[in-house]
Design a protein around this ligand. Structure first.
Ligand SMILES: Cc1cc2nc3c(=O)[nH]c(=O)nc-3n(C[C@H](O)[C@H](O)[C@H](O)COP(=O)(O)OP(=O)(O)OC[C@H]3O[C@@H](n4cnc5c(N)ncnc54)[C@H](O)[C@@H]3O)c2cc1C
Length: 225
């Protein structure tokens, strides 16, 4: 399912260069991949009729590519498959950074921004493989236990492939950066870590009694570590 692509440039391009706090930036392929793999979904931005539109959607990385999918009628997929430049952003929020004054509040995060044009998958086998990747991205281990997608279901799904060639990462970690003069103030400051947690699985109507909650549901977690 892959189209030849260049590896991500280790140096920034004019449009991927992070200007503010460049010490938090990276252009490293492993860093890009790790964030794309952990982030559950992304936001895709395009310019439509001269104005920006940004839409959330699921993505999946496979090697040097990211897949996007949905109804062929979905606006953002229609725009993207038309060959326009798109921008994709995926973000993981790791904590609330709570300072002694409004100015120094922040979030700890890991984020990635990608640029490029998509390639529309037409081959049924390639599309089916990409759909499996999208399922695996959300729930690792699930695609192997599913009914195979029918040709009609595959035909009814648009799958777009974006080569990972132009990307930037930005990562903030650590405590609030209050000025020293504020540190004796009687105000609690620090980081409240955040993570994605699951609740109890809620069974769909009609699930037969012999179909029990699988391990990939019971043990689902997002963090790579
Ligand atoms: C969850 C979250 C919350 C944030 N909240 C704020 C906030 O409230 N105020 C604020 O000023 N900044 C915030 N940021 C940082 C913000 O994303 C930008 O990094 C910041 O606006 C400075 O951008 P710039 O001027 O350096 O780059 P820009 O000129 O905006 O962008 C230039 C290029 O830098 C790269 N880039 C910029 N930011 C990121 C990023 N976060 N991840 C990956 N690549 C990036 C892109 O390739 C982009 O094309 C937040 C980031 C995250 C992830």
């Amino acid at each position: 399912v892959s189209e030849a692509s260049r590896p991500i440039s280790a140096a920034p391009t004019p449009r991927t260069a992070v200007r503010r706090k460049p010490e938090r930036a990276s252009y490293d392929e492993a860093a890009v991949n790790a964030i794309l793999d952990e982030a559950l979904f992304c936001h895709v931005g395009v310019v439509r009729d001269g104005a920006p539109v940004v839409i959330p959607t699921i993505h999946a990385r496979h090697g040097d590519h990211v897949y996007l999918h949905g109804s062929p009628a979905a606006g953002i997929l229609r725009d993207a498959r038309g060959g326009v430049e798109i921008c994709v952003a995926a973000t993981i929020v790791d904590g609330l950074v709570l300072a002694r004054s409004p100015r120094y509040h922040s979030l700890n995060y890991r984020s990635v921004v990608l640029f490029g044009r998509v390639h529309r998958l037409r081959d049924k086998t390639a599309k089916a493989a990409a759909l499996d990747c999208l399922v695996e991205h959300v729930v690792a281990g699930r695609s192997a236990c599913l009914r195979t997608a029918t040709p009609k279901e595959i035909a009814e799904t648009e799958v777009l492939q974006l080569s990972l060639t132009e990307a930037s990462v930005k990562i903030r970690t650590g405590p609030p950066l209050d000025p020293d003069a504020d540190k004796d103030l009687p105000i609690w400051a620090g980081v409240l870590p955040l993570m994605l947690a699951t609740g109890e699985p809620i069974e769909a109507p009609g699930v037969p009694p012999n179909a029990t909650v699988p391990d990939h549901v019971r043990t689902w977690k997002r963090a790579a570590t």
